[in-house]
Design a protein around this ligand. Structure first.
Ligand SMILES: C[S@@+](CC[C@H](N)C(=O)[O-])C[C@H]1O[C@@H](n2cnc3c(N)ncnc32)[C@H](O)[C@@H]1O
Length: 511
């Protein structure tokens, strides 16, 4: 429950951290204080004002000005206005002197976008066959380093707690509960609960599409992991039918008989009312045949102040909906990774990212697996950038890697995992030709070993991407693609991923 008393305590804790120049800790406390501040109280204004002070310290001038504006709009005490006026003046002066660092973004599509799906490049097409079901091919040659898609999830959840992976419990005060972006200097609190913050541009849409149902049970959802995912899809679906469970039920019964290959390529994704098309697409996804307990989902709905009646009178349909969702999520919801916020100084490869959530990416769902994949997913602020890692000739299929690659796992291990989790026997090139694992793969071009090592060392030293090294890495991997698999190409792929992770962190931090 909102409480100005708690908001004040949190703000004071933030002030202590601020005095010690622990700006990240102070920021978390100020954001938490925003969440607890009662609507229309001056505590909102005070916390925004304090956040503007951090922005100024960190030379984030534009964000500083935005926070000053928010403070004024949110009852910052008239008696202290002078503090804000002085800060604003100083900020404007410093901003004038600074050159500004908004360079071109690195993560943008390498070719012109597809007209109907503007977040993928023109030239990618969906095909179907008996062996792979739906899959994506390219109708032009693709080269190492090409960015072919930058996709937002259709539905995602933010993790603040997990029994399985290491997550930051402060994520709810650091990331938008809708887009997952680490927009921590600009987040605004939900007016109802104390556990969700949003980008100003996401707040309204999030509320209308699902948060109005999440809000009263948000604390329970945040600790419920996959239960949250299935319920969130249900909330989105119900909102699309303006809360009418009967209309949702009629629609769901109707789509059971529709085309099994319906996908993102079949509808206009930019139409405002496209949730129905996404539901239709979701209905075509492969489901696991496992039995899932939905007891926890039921408990949340049974105690939901607005949905309990709907739940009681439509139990069978809702239970079936949730159960099907669990079976789909098993195959299609992917962990989402983000840059670690609290450990800014760490440059170790394995330390750059941390699990921040889970989501369904409708386009990325169409990729099949290969243990020697030709694309790589890089997570950046909740979005997936798909990047080519091996030359892909026109007409070929793009393959993702479902966590098991020949460079890290033996053939037996890979095949067992894929069969168990995804129910197919892998016969990719690495399985068919039994590619050896490093370090047993032959070296075909020793010079490239040196390059891979040089890039790896550079990455360990630097904060962001070395453009020259990146270009060289792409060029060599592209030119020598016929040598695959070789130790140097596998090593270059690893260095390439390291460079991209550094760049993702850099872009996220400077956003
Ligand atoms: C994320 S989907 C990929 C898209 C899928 N083909 C479709 O039509 O929805 C994962 C499912 O695709 C199939 N699949 C993925 N990789 C495969 C492969 N290498 N060989 C055969 N089937 C594969 C499996 O049924 C798997 O559960």
């Amino acid at each position: 429950m909102k409480s100005n008393k708690i908001a004040e305590i949190l703000r004071n804790e933030g002030n202590s951290s601020y005095k010690e120049r622990s700006f990240n800790d102070a920021l978390i406390k100020y954001n938490e204080s925003l969440c607890f501040s009662e609507v229309d109280s001056e505590h909102l204004g005070l916390a925004y004002a304090n956040r503007s002070a951090i922005c100024l310290e960190l030379k984030k001038f534009e964000k500083c000005l935005k926070n000053i504006k928010l403070a004024r709009l949110n009852n910052y005490p008239k008696s202290s206005q002078e503090v804000l006026d002085t800060r604003e003046k100083k900020c404007l002066e410093l901003a004038k002197k600074s050159k500004g660092n908004e360079g071109k973004k690195f993560f943008r599509l390498s070719y012109k976008p597809n007209k109907a799906i503007p977040y993928i490049i023109d030239g990618l097409e969906m095909r179907t066959n008996d062996k792979y079901g739906r899959h994506v091919i390219t109708n032009k040659d693709l080269h190492v380093g090409d960015i072919v898609a930058i996709e937002k999830p259709f539905c995602s959840i933010l993790l603040t707690h997990s029994n399985f992976v290491d997550v930051d419990k402060n994520n709810k005060f650091l990331r938008c509960a809708y887009c997952l972006k680490s927009n921590r200097f600009e987040l605004v609190p939900c007016q109802g609960c104390c556990s969700a913050m949003f980008c100003p541009s996401c707040q309204q849409e999030a509320f209308e599409s699902f948060h109005k149902y999440e809000c009263p049970v948000m604390d329970k959802l945040l600790t419920s992991g996959s239960v949250h995912i299935a319920l969130k899809i249900f909330f989105i679906a119900l909102s699309a039918f303006k809360g009418s469970i009967k209309e949702l039920q009629t629609f769901m019964n109707g789509i059971d008989k529709m085309d099994k290959n319906f996908s993102i390529f079949d509808f206009n994704i930019s139409q405002p009312d496209n949730v129905k098309s996404y539901l239709r697409y979701m209905n075509t996804l492969t489901r696991s045949d496992g039995k899932f307990s939905i007891a926890q989902h039921e408990e949340i709905l049974e105690n939901h102040p607005e949905l309990k009646e709907i739940y009681e009178s439509n139990k069978d349909f809702i239970k079936e909906f949730l159960h099907r969702q669990c079976q789909t999520n098993d195959h299609y919801f992917h962990g989402i990774f983000g840059q670690k916020i609290s450990s800014n100084d760490s440059r170790a490869y394995q330390d750059l990212q941390q699990s921040i959530g889970s989501g369904w990416y409708p386009f990325c769902s169409l990729f099949n697996h290969s243990c020697a994949s030709n694309i790589l997913r890089i997570y950046i602020d909740g979005k997936i950038a798909l990047i080519v890692t091996r030359f892909i000739p026109s007409g070929s299929q793009l393959f993702d890697c479902y966590k098991v690659s020949f460079a890290k796992h033996s053939k037996d291990e890979r095949q067992a995992k894929l069969l168990k989790q995804f129910n197919f026997k892998c016969d990719c090139e690495a399985c068919e030709f039994n590619y050896p694992m490093p370090p047993h793969i032959p070296i075909k071009n020793a010079k490239l070993i040196k390059l891979a090592k040089k890039i790896e060392d550079e990455c360990a030293q630097q904060q962001n991407i070395n453009g020259k090294s990146f270009h060289e890495c792409c060029k060599q991997m592209d030119a020598n693609y016929k040598d695959f698999p070789s130790l140097e190409l596998v090593w270059l792929q690893k260095s390439f991923a390291y460079l991209l992770l550094l760049q993702a962190r850099h872009e996220s931090e400077n956003n």
